[in-house]
Design a binder for this molecule. Structure first.
Ligand code: CA
Length: 236
């Protein structure tokens, strides 16, 4: 049974989520504050969860703080954040903090369930098709999709699950342009009319890790009017 931690301070919404997620066969625990979420996930006696549903607006430490602390502590649990309508910057800030996906409140239950299902499914999908230790950049850069680690000339970066998924998708299509629409559908499992700007945010982060000069990217190239192309070695 998959275990989901819901961090939500609006009790009626939290109870509704519990009811519906349990009806779908998930085991659900609810906490109302960011501090409690950190205790459950990264405290001295952490519990094991498969997914985190994280509201951004919380009393005390907010969802951004929770996300940042978790990722800093090396916890890369797939995370769906809940944002208030009309706060577009929250989405980018949430992704920058390490969230994997987001949903705007108020949301339809069916959409929430689809997103949760998608995050859990992608995590499983990653298991059998691991391409561990893919090396590029004349062998000086390696990504380990098992450990979600990126190593660049001996320096190691921890990737979030979604950063790794984006990089994997690009690498799987090495040398070929991939469109933002294809990525939003195949990496995120969302409809093609979804706003694709968050992808650019992921690309900026990946470039910061892997490019010698992120302003003149050599590996994750922009294909104007299309999307992006991964090039492992220069001159190919
Ligand atoms: Ca709230």
């Amino acid at each position: 049974m998959k275990r989901i931690l819901v961090v939500e301070d609006e009790r009626h919404l939290a109870n509704g989520l519990r009811f519906n997620l349990e009806a779908e066969g998930y085991e659900v625990e609810i906490v109302e504050t960011g501090e409690d979420a950190l205790l459950r996930l990264a405290g001295s006696n952490p519990a094991s969860f498969d997914l985190l549903v994280l509201d951004l607006m919380l009393p005390g430490m907010d969802g951004f703080g929770v996300m940042t602390e978790l990722r800093r502590a090396g916890n890369f649990i797939p995370t769906l954040m809940l944002t208030a309508r009309g706060h577009a910057d929250d989405v980018l800030r949430g992704f920058a903090a390490g969230a994997d996906d987001y949903l705007t409140k108020p949301f339809e239950l069916a959409i929430l369930l689809a997103r949760i299902h998608g995050l859990l499914r992608r995590r499983e999908w990653l298991q059998p098709v691991r391409k561990d230790n893919f090396a590029f950049g004349d062998g000086e850069k390696q990504v380990d999709f098992d450990r979600l680690e990126l190593s660049v000339r001996g320096r190691t970066y921890q990737l979030t699950q979604m950063e790794a998924n984006v990089l994997r998708y690009l690498i799987q299509h090495e040398g070929k342009p991939v469109s933002r629409k294809a990525m939003i559908q195949e990496v995120w499992g969302l409809q093609e009319d979804t706003d694709t700007r968050p992808i650019d945010n992921f690309i900026v982060r990946l470039r910061r890790y892997i490019e010698d000069d992120p302003t003149a990217p050599r590996h994750v190239q922009t294909v104007r009017g299309v999307g992006y192309r991964f090039v492992g070695e220069a001159g190919r």
